[in-house]
Structures are given as structure tokens and as C-alpha cells.
Ligand binder design. Structure first.
Ligand code: ADP
Length: 151
């Protein structure tokens, strides 16, 4: 059976840290679906969602086994629809761990066939966060070094 992972997130924007997690996860999975959550309560989007889909597709244009999609429902449900057995997330620090731990428990409650898998960030990307990139970009700073595509 094909090992399919869903990698859900806001990706506002998708960063080199996210790219690294997806590429490294290909050692574990046959297919990875980058799933951009549309209705996150976390914050109003800064980068346009359709533009982000195009930029992520562009980033992985040479990888047929990496798909990108937008969703607006429970991650546990979308995983079922796409036959994903794994939920992929990245961990940078203990703050990520606290947050990821509770999400994983809830997702397990909602869909106990979905196994959460965590990859630890590569050290060179550990300080990259979408929120800092948004702040720098908002004030006209150069963020190109943090992104795997050109804006
Ligand atoms: P969410 O809003 O769901 O937290 P994000 O787009 O912020 O979505 O992040 C998606 C996933 O990528 C999360 O598991 C997050 O911890 C992880 N992540 C974010 N930045 C990095 C990074 N620099 N290195 C590794 N993982 C990261």
C-alpha cells in the first residue's frame, strides 16, 4: 500500500523550513500532500492563498509525488478523504512540542488510524518562522533567503 502523508499548515508563507521537512519526509512516504488550511483561526492570511499554492507547486515542480491543496475542514477528515495514513508536522522547539502534542491527541481522537509523525527541524532552519517573515516583509525587508521561491 502507498504510504501517504498529509502535511497541514497555514503556510503563510511556505518557508525553507517547511520545504526541508517535506523533502526529508520522502524517505518515509511515497506521497506527501501539502495541505493549506484555509479557515485557520490563528490569524488572517497575509499572503494570498492561491498565489501560495502556485509558489509551492513551483517549488516542487520536479517531484510528482508532492501534491498541494487547500482545505477548509478538519485535518483528520481530509486525511481520510485522501487516504493519508500519516500526518506530518515539524518541530523546532519545546513551544512547538507543547502545541503539536495537543493537536496530535485531538487528531488521534478524531481519527485513530491517522498516525502523527514529527521531524525535527534542520538546525539551519530552526529560527525560520512564517510570522517573522510576515513582519519583515510587511516593513519592506528582504525575505528571499527564507523562501524556496521568488516572490
Ligand atoms: P500552523 O499554523 O498549523 O502551525 P505553520 O504553517 O506555521 O502551520 O507550520 C506548519 C508545520 O511546520 C508545523 O508543524 C510547524 O511546527 C512546522 N514548521 C514551521 N516552521 C518550521 C521550520 N522552520 N522548521 C521545521 N518545521 C517548521
Amino acid at each position: 500500500m502507498k504510504r501517504i502523508a498529509i502535511f497541514p499548515g497555514s503556510f503563510d508563507p511556505f518557508t525553507k523550513g517547511h520545504e526541508d521537512i517535506v523533502l526529508r519526509s520522502l524517505k518515509l512516504f511515497d506521497e506527501v500532500i501539502v495541505a493549506i488550511g484555509y479557515n485557520s483561526q490563528k490569524h488572517k492570511r497575509y499572503f494570498d492563498i492561491d498565489e501560495m499554492v502556485d509558489l509551492i507547486n513551483q517549488t516542487f515542480q520536479h517531484h510528482e509525488n508532492i501534491k498541494v491543496m487547500v482545505y477548509n475542514e478538519l485535518t483528520a477528515e481530509i486525511a481520510k478523504k485522501y487516504n493519508a495514513q500519516f500526518l506530518l508536522r515539524g518541530l523546532r522547539n519545546t513551544t512547538d512540542f507543547e502545541y503539536e502534542n495537543s493537536i496530535a491527541q485531538v487528531n488521534n481522537y478524531l481519527n485513530d488510524e491517522l498516525e502523527s509523525v514529527f521531524l525535527i527541524t534542520s538546525p539551519q532552519f530552526a529560527y525560520i518562522s512564517s510570522s517573522i517573515i510576515r513582519e519583515v516583509h510587511r516593513y519592506g525587508g528582504d525575505v528571499s533567503n527564507f523562501l524556496p521561491y521568488k516572490l
